[in-house]
Design a protein. Structure first.
Length: 218
Protein backbone atom coordinates (compact mmCIF):
# COMPACT_ATOMS: atom_id res chain seq x y z
CA UNK A 1 0.00 0.00 0.00
CA UNK A 2 1.10 3.54 -0.72
CA UNK A 3 0.68 6.61 1.44
CA UNK A 4 -0.43 10.09 0.34
CA UNK A 5 1.49 11.76 -2.47
CA UNK A 6 3.10 15.03 -1.37
CA UNK A 7 4.76 17.56 -3.64
CA UNK A 8 8.53 17.11 -3.71
CA UNK A 9 8.47 13.82 -1.83
CA UNK A 10 8.23 10.20 -2.85
CA UNK A 11 5.18 8.47 -1.36
CA UNK A 12 5.92 5.91 1.31
CA UNK A 13 5.31 2.23 0.51
CA UNK A 14 4.56 -0.62 2.87
CA UNK A 15 4.43 -4.23 1.68
CA UNK A 16 1.64 -6.43 3.03
CA UNK A 17 2.86 -10.05 2.93
CA UNK A 18 0.49 -12.91 2.15
CA UNK A 19 -1.34 -13.83 5.33
CA UNK A 20 -0.08 -10.65 7.00
CA UNK A 21 -1.63 -7.38 8.15
CA UNK A 22 -0.32 -3.81 8.05
CA UNK A 23 -1.86 -0.70 9.59
CA UNK A 24 -2.15 2.88 8.37
CA UNK A 25 -3.18 6.16 9.97
CA UNK A 26 -2.58 7.96 13.24
CA UNK A 27 -4.43 8.74 16.44
CA UNK A 28 -4.84 11.58 18.89
CA UNK A 29 -2.52 10.10 21.52
CA UNK A 30 0.46 10.13 19.16
CA UNK A 31 1.96 7.09 20.89
CA UNK A 32 0.52 4.18 18.88
CA UNK A 33 2.79 2.55 16.29
CA UNK A 34 1.53 2.49 12.69
CA UNK A 35 3.14 0.70 9.76
CA UNK A 36 2.17 3.57 7.46
CA UNK A 37 1.84 6.76 9.55
CA UNK A 38 -0.45 9.44 8.12
CA UNK A 39 -0.51 12.86 9.73
CA UNK A 40 -3.31 15.39 9.77
CA UNK A 41 -6.35 13.09 9.98
CA UNK A 42 -6.53 11.48 13.45
CA UNK A 43 -9.75 9.59 12.62
CA UNK A 44 -8.39 8.12 9.37
CA UNK A 45 -6.92 4.74 10.28
CA UNK A 46 -7.30 1.13 9.31
CA UNK A 47 -5.63 -2.20 8.60
CA UNK A 48 -5.01 -4.02 5.32
CA UNK A 49 -4.76 -7.83 5.34
CA UNK A 50 -3.81 -10.09 2.42
CA UNK A 51 -5.66 -13.38 2.50
CA UNK A 52 -6.01 -15.72 -0.47
CA UNK A 53 -7.29 -14.07 -3.62
CA UNK A 54 -8.69 -10.99 -1.88
CA UNK A 55 -7.54 -8.32 0.53
CA UNK A 56 -9.43 -7.12 3.58
CA UNK A 57 -9.71 -3.70 5.15
CA UNK A 58 -10.63 -3.11 8.78
CA UNK A 59 -11.74 0.36 9.85
CA UNK A 60 -9.89 1.11 13.09
CA UNK A 61 -11.52 4.51 13.58
CA UNK A 62 -13.94 5.05 16.44
CA UNK A 63 -16.22 7.39 14.50
CA UNK A 64 -15.10 7.92 10.89
CA UNK A 65 -16.25 5.67 8.00
CA UNK A 66 -13.75 4.82 5.27
CA UNK A 67 -14.48 5.03 1.56
CA UNK A 68 -12.96 2.32 -0.67
CA UNK A 69 -13.15 2.66 -4.47
CA UNK A 70 -11.63 1.02 -7.52
CA UNK A 71 -9.18 3.53 -9.01
CA UNK A 72 -10.89 3.13 -12.39
CA UNK A 73 -14.31 3.90 -10.89
CA UNK A 74 -13.66 6.41 -8.07
CA UNK A 75 -17.28 7.55 -8.01
CA UNK A 76 -18.48 4.10 -6.94
CA UNK A 77 -17.11 4.00 -3.40
CA UNK A 78 -18.06 1.51 -0.69
CA UNK A 79 -18.35 2.78 2.88
CA UNK A 80 -16.66 0.73 5.60
CA UNK A 81 -18.07 1.60 9.02
CA UNK A 82 -15.98 1.92 12.20
CA UNK A 83 -14.99 -1.53 13.43
CA UNK A 84 -16.14 -3.23 10.23
CA UNK A 85 -13.94 -5.68 8.26
CA UNK A 86 -14.72 -5.97 4.54
CA UNK A 87 -13.09 -7.96 1.68
CA UNK A 88 -12.28 -6.42 -1.71
CA UNK A 89 -11.09 -7.86 -5.00
CA UNK A 90 -9.92 -4.66 -6.71
CA UNK A 91 -6.47 -4.77 -8.31
CA UNK A 92 -5.97 -1.16 -7.24
CA UNK A 93 -8.08 0.82 -4.82
CA UNK A 94 -8.18 4.25 -3.20
CA UNK A 95 -9.00 4.43 0.52
CA UNK A 96 -10.09 7.82 1.86
CA UNK A 97 -11.78 9.26 4.95
CA UNK A 98 -15.50 9.81 4.41
CA UNK A 99 -15.48 13.29 5.86
CA UNK A 100 -12.76 14.82 3.65
CA UNK A 101 -12.01 12.34 0.84
CA UNK A 102 -9.87 14.76 -1.15
CA UNK A 103 -7.42 15.53 1.64
CA UNK A 104 -5.52 12.27 2.21
CA UNK A 105 -5.67 8.77 0.77
CA UNK A 106 -4.05 5.35 0.80
CA UNK A 107 -3.64 3.43 -2.45
CA UNK A 108 -3.81 -0.36 -2.26
CA UNK A 109 -2.07 -2.37 -4.98
CA UNK A 110 -3.21 -5.98 -4.89
CA UNK A 111 -0.53 -8.56 -5.62
CA UNK A 112 -0.85 -10.72 -8.71
CA UNK A 113 -0.35 -14.41 -8.06
CA UNK A 114 2.95 -15.50 -9.58
CA UNK A 115 2.91 -18.74 -11.55
CA UNK A 116 6.07 -20.82 -11.27
CA UNK A 117 7.53 -21.07 -14.80
CA UNK A 118 8.40 -24.48 -16.20
CA UNK A 119 12.06 -25.49 -16.09
CA UNK A 120 13.04 -25.32 -19.76
CA UNK A 121 15.97 -23.99 -21.69
CA UNK A 122 15.51 -20.30 -22.45
CA UNK A 123 16.01 -18.73 -25.82
CA UNK A 124 18.92 -16.24 -25.48
CA UNK A 125 16.79 -13.58 -27.17
CA UNK A 126 14.33 -13.59 -24.26
CA UNK A 127 15.16 -11.04 -21.61
CA UNK A 128 13.89 -12.44 -18.30
CA UNK A 129 14.87 -9.27 -16.48
CA UNK A 130 11.92 -7.42 -18.05
CA UNK A 131 8.77 -8.03 -15.94
CA UNK A 132 5.80 -9.18 -18.01
CA UNK A 133 2.87 -6.81 -18.42
CA UNK A 134 -0.71 -7.94 -18.90
CA UNK A 135 -1.85 -6.39 -22.22
CA UNK A 136 -5.47 -6.54 -21.08
CA UNK A 137 -4.86 -4.69 -17.80
CA UNK A 138 -5.87 -1.07 -17.50
CA UNK A 139 -2.30 -0.01 -16.72
CA UNK A 140 -1.29 -1.24 -20.21
CA UNK A 141 -3.78 1.16 -21.76
CA UNK A 142 -2.25 3.97 -19.70
CA UNK A 143 1.26 3.00 -20.86
CA UNK A 144 0.13 2.84 -24.49
CA UNK A 145 -1.45 6.30 -24.29
CA UNK A 146 1.66 7.63 -22.58
CA UNK A 147 3.96 6.30 -25.32
CA UNK A 148 1.85 7.73 -28.14
CA UNK A 149 2.83 11.31 -27.48
CA UNK A 150 2.64 13.53 -30.53
CA UNK A 151 4.78 16.45 -29.37
CA UNK A 152 8.02 17.23 -27.53
CA UNK A 153 6.45 16.66 -24.11
CA UNK A 154 4.75 13.63 -22.63
CA UNK A 155 0.96 13.74 -22.21
CA UNK A 156 -0.20 14.73 -18.76
CA UNK A 157 -2.31 12.58 -16.50
CA UNK A 158 -5.26 14.79 -17.41
CA UNK A 159 -4.62 14.19 -21.14
CA UNK A 160 -4.53 10.42 -20.66
CA UNK A 161 -7.55 10.52 -18.37
CA UNK A 162 -9.62 12.35 -20.98
CA UNK A 163 -8.66 9.85 -23.65
CA UNK A 164 -9.30 6.74 -21.55
CA UNK A 165 -12.35 8.17 -19.76
CA UNK A 166 -10.94 7.78 -16.28
CA UNK A 167 -9.87 10.19 -13.56
CA UNK A 168 -6.39 11.80 -13.47
CA UNK A 169 -6.02 10.32 -10.00
CA UNK A 170 -6.56 6.82 -11.43
CA UNK A 171 -3.98 7.51 -14.14
CA UNK A 172 -1.46 8.57 -11.48
CA UNK A 173 -2.13 5.36 -9.55
CA UNK A 174 -1.48 3.25 -12.66
CA UNK A 175 1.72 5.19 -13.39
CA UNK A 176 2.93 4.67 -9.81
CA UNK A 177 2.18 0.96 -10.16
CA UNK A 178 4.11 0.68 -13.44
CA UNK A 179 7.14 2.50 -12.03
CA UNK A 180 7.19 0.10 -9.12
CA UNK A 181 6.47 -3.05 -11.16
CA UNK A 182 9.16 -2.24 -13.72
CA UNK A 183 11.59 -1.30 -10.92
CA UNK A 184 12.42 2.07 -12.44
CA UNK A 185 14.87 3.90 -10.14
CA UNK A 186 14.38 7.47 -9.03
CA UNK A 187 16.68 10.02 -10.68
CA UNK A 188 19.09 12.04 -8.57
CA UNK A 189 17.00 15.14 -9.32
CA UNK A 190 13.26 14.51 -9.50
CA UNK A 191 11.58 16.94 -11.86
CA UNK A 192 7.88 17.28 -12.52
CA UNK A 193 6.72 14.45 -14.76
CA UNK A 194 9.84 12.32 -14.30
CA UNK A 195 7.82 9.14 -13.88
CA UNK A 196 6.05 9.62 -17.20
CA UNK A 197 9.30 10.35 -19.05
CA UNK A 198 11.07 7.43 -17.36
CA UNK A 199 8.25 5.06 -18.34
CA UNK A 200 8.40 6.19 -21.97
CA UNK A 201 12.16 5.66 -22.09
CA UNK A 202 11.91 2.27 -20.38
CA UNK A 203 9.11 1.11 -22.68
CA UNK A 204 11.05 2.04 -25.80
CA UNK A 205 14.33 0.60 -24.54
CA UNK A 206 12.74 -2.75 -23.68
CA UNK A 207 10.40 -2.97 -26.64
CA UNK A 208 7.22 -2.52 -24.65
CA UNK A 209 5.75 0.21 -26.82
CA UNK A 210 6.73 -0.57 -30.39
CA UNK A 211 4.86 -3.72 -31.34
CA UNK A 212 1.31 -2.41 -31.07
CA UNK A 213 0.20 -4.96 -28.46
CA UNK A 214 -0.48 -2.31 -25.84
CA UNK A 215 -2.15 0.17 -28.16
CA UNK A 216 -5.05 -2.17 -28.79
CA UNK A 217 -6.15 -1.77 -25.16
CA UNK A 218 -6.33 2.01 -25.30
Amino acid sequence: MQGPVERGRSPRWVEVPGGGTRTFGTCACGECAWDLPIDGEPDFRGAIAAEGGVWWITNLSDTEPLFVADVDHPGEATAVRPGERVPFGFDMAIVTPARRPGRVSVTVFAAVTEVEPPVVRRCPAIRPEVPLLDPDARYSAVLAALCERRGPVAPTSADIAARLRMSPRAVDAHIDYLVRKLEIPEPAIRRTGWKRMALIEHARTHGLAGAGQLARTA
